[in-house]
Design a protein around this ligand. Structure first.
Ligand SMILES: *Cc1c(COP(=O)(O)O)cnc(C)c1O
Length: 401
């Protein structure tokens, strides 16, 4: 407590964040997560900004499955996996995830952040090359930083640039090359072109890795993910993902792939070796979620219906969206102050939304990001669309008016 300059330095940096409009306040919810939430002031809001794609986060079946696992396996393990922290439920979940993803084996982590943080360093060294999409998630960027491999970056979703980087890594004589991409990019809802990426990987003898955090559980006809959507199941070397979005929404992450990869990670991956076991109630609930969505595609089908309906109607009203098919729908407002005003007005009208502006998205591309859920009813979506129309008219941003 003797270095006052340290604390005043932090205070002034925080003040700068506030004056620059970059300070992130936390919204407090007083209910379960869901398509409707209760705010701290008691108001009910329609929630359009959760990663709750399948509506399973606040779902009764999910929490019942967690309660059953809590009862059977207890609250926690007080151990890492390899000492005395592996229960049958963890092995069952790893097997179920492998089956679901179409891989050989899977390793669990406390978060996808840890899965990505711990995947590169044990597998690659200075002789190798990691070729990474420029818009990949922060946890991939951090994971790559922890590894000695040479880094190559290609422009977002730009296959010509990817090929250029593959050529560069090949000419540099790199031993192994791995192409790394988010399966779906969460700011734009862009779907990685895995058909093209796997072709290029074949051409240059590269490995492939996808982060399926915004895809596992609903992308593809049976919800297996972006690899199913793109018709390349079995062609991806490494799949990472989260249990904290569509697949139940609590927390937890995984890495999935060939046996020798997963076994190496169990021996050498630092966030796995030096961090506690995933709580058994989360493993049990995740297992129940995977059972449920393996038996029926009802939830992902409803999510995709809701997405198609919302995308069509929001354009009909006169908003500009980034085209696509993913349940992330960026509604473009272009200017940061407009996006801020718009999100605030929607909040008053009873809709919870998040606004994004520079530096999170490029200058002049400010937006509100809508995220659809299987839990949204048609009535809720119509309510939200009405609010969009009203706020759009008030702020004079509708194309047709
Ligand atoms: C959310 C997200 C993560 C982090 O997931 P956690 O399990 O919450 O750590 C990692 N990668 C991507 C692409 C994500 O969207």
């Amino acid at each position: 407590m003797s270095d006052q300059a340290f604390y005043s330095g932090l205070q002034s940096k925080l003040e700068t964040l506030r004056t620059d409009g970059l300070f992130k306040p936390e919204r407090v919810i007083a209910s379960r997560q869901g398509s409707e939430v209760v705010a701290q002031d008691g108001r009910t809001l329609i929630n359009m900004c959760a990663n709750n794609y399948l509506g399973l986060s606040g779902d009764k079946q999910t929490s019942d499955a967690a309660a059953a696992a809590l009862e059977k396996y207890g609250y926690g393990l007080s151990s890492v996996r390899f000492i005395c922290g592996t229960q049958t439920v963890h092995k069952e979940l790893e097997q179920k995830l492998s089956e679901f993803l179409g891989t050989e084996d899977t390793i669990l982590y406390a978060a996808a952040f840890d899965a990505n943080g711990g995947v590169f360093e044990p597998l690659f060294d200075e002789n190798d090359a990691i070729i990474s999409d420029a818009l990949n998630h922060a946890s991939i960027i951090d994971g790559v930083r922890l590894c000695k491999a040479a880094r190559y970056r290609y422009a977002n979703n730009d296959m010509a640039d990817l090929e250029k980087q593959l050529v560069a890594a090949t000419e540099a004589g790199k031993r192994h090359k791995i192409i790394v991409t988010d399966g779906v990019f969460s700011m734009d809802g862009t779907i990685a072109q895995l058909d093209r990426i796997t072709e290029l990987a074949e051409k240059y003898g590269a490995l492939t890795m996808i982060d399926e955090s915004h895809a596992s559980g609903f992308m593809g006809k049976t919800g297996r993910g972006t690899h199913e959507h793109c018709g390349v199941i079995g062609k991806i070397d490494i799949i990472t993902g989260t249990l904290g979005k569509a697949l139940g929404g609590a927390m937890g992450g995984f890495t999935s792939g060939r046996k020798e990869v997963i076994e190496t990670l169990r021996q050498k991956s630092r966030p796995y070796l030096f961090s506690n076991t995933l709580a058994p109630m989360i493993a049990g609930a995740s297992l129940a979620v995977l059972d449920r969505i393996s038996k029926s595609t009802e939830l992902r089908d409803r999510l995709m219906d809701n997405t198609a309906y919302f995308r069509q109607e929001i354009e009909r009203i006169g908003f500009t969206i980034k085209p696509g098919t993913h349940p992330v729908v960026p509604v473009m407002l272009f200017e940061a102050p407009v996006a801020q005003k718009f999100a605030a007005r929607m909040f008053e009208l009873g809709v919870l939304l998040s606004g994004f502006f520079y530096p999170v998205v490029p200058m002049g591309q400010a937006r509100v990001r809508v995220q659809l859920s299987a839990a949204h009813t048609r009535e809720q979506l119509d309510f939200v669309l009405k609010a969009f129309e009203q706020a759009g008219k008030e702020l004079g941003i509708l194309k047709n008016n």
